[in-house]
Design a binder for this molecule. Structure first.
Ligand SMILES: [Zn+2]
Length: 269
């Protein structure tokens, strides 16, 4: 009887630890075991990969772009006379189409006078997405808001029946003003009121792991600020291109957006 209770407790404890789950598809992550004495300096397509110990083993966690084709890939480490490669195989995934109706038509077909602003913001967003700092490596992330999760990451999108880029994050339905917390510690590397994303915040968690929050009603941090895991950084809102109040959370890894749900505990459905 005691053994049974212990097993129960251990299972529960393991489930509470939100360790990332491997998903070898475009928009997913590869988790690759490394040798204790050879775990640093690996790259994927020219970008340094995040390495962190999980269950005592150093593991590379590699972001796989949504645009990646099925096939064999590798992370590599180059030294003077040697290239060390670790291979993994990516399979295809078909993401479904999502039809969205936006009443503010200007957010779907911007005016010519909006284009300078949109292009300048696009550059700032690209720069924030590929930001890299060496410290960090926490991958046991908190869900950033108390809300209902949607599984819309990667879905191909039609706004007012016009094709747009696939959904690069996950949405949580939550009331206007619900607090948003940072899933891990980090530094605020970009923030402002953007045309499509509304009030947004980018947080650098280190080793190429980046959070982006969009459509906020309120921003409670400033550029360059250091934030602690679980700290309130903003409030849920409906700014930018939206149908209603929700939190959009994008998670970047080695310069590419990946499915944030792989870092949250699996749902029991
Ligand atoms: Zn979204």
């Amino acid at each position: 009887m005691r053994t049974i209770i212990l097993v129960f407790l251990l299972t529960f404890y393991a489930a509470a630890q939100a360790q990332p789950r491997q998903s070898l598809v475009p928009g997913g992550i590869a988790i690759i075991d490394l040798d204790q004495n050879d775990s640093s300096g690996f790259q994927f397509r020219g970008k340094p990969v995040l390495v962190t110990p999980i269950d005592g083993i150093p593991r590379a966690i590699v972001g796989l772009p949504l645009s990646l084709k099925a096939g064999e890939y590798f992370i590599e480490k180059r030294s003077d006379n040697h290239v060390h490669k670790k291979y993994f195989t990516v399979i295809d995934k078909k993401y479904s189409v999502q039809h969205i109706t936006i009443t503010d038509k200007r957010k779907v077909n911007p005016y010519a006078s909006d284009m300078d602003r949109i292009l300048a913001e696009k550059k700032r967003k690209q720069k924030a997405r590929v930001h890299y700092s060496k410290t960090g490596g926490d991958v046991d992330l908190l869900q950033p808001v108390n809300g209902i999760r949607s599984d819309s990451f990667g879905r191909r999108r039609m706004f007012n029946e016009q094709p747009r880029r696939p959904h690069s994050g996950m949405d949580f339905a939550a009331a206007n003003g619900t607090p948003v917390v940072t899933p891990s510690a980090g530094t605020v590397i970009e923030t402002g009121d953007f045309f499509f994303s509304g009030n947004l915040i980018y947080i650098d968690h280190g080793q190429g792991l980046i959070s982006m929050f969009a459509h906020l009603s309120e921003i409670n941090v400033s550029l360059g600020e250091r934030v602690e895991k679980g700290q309130i950084v903003g409030k849920v809102g409906a700014t930018g291109r939206v149908t209603g109040p929700h939190l959009h959370w994008s998670l970047g890894l080695n310069g590419t957006w990946i499915d944030p749900s792989l870092f949250l505990s699996a749902r029991d459905e």
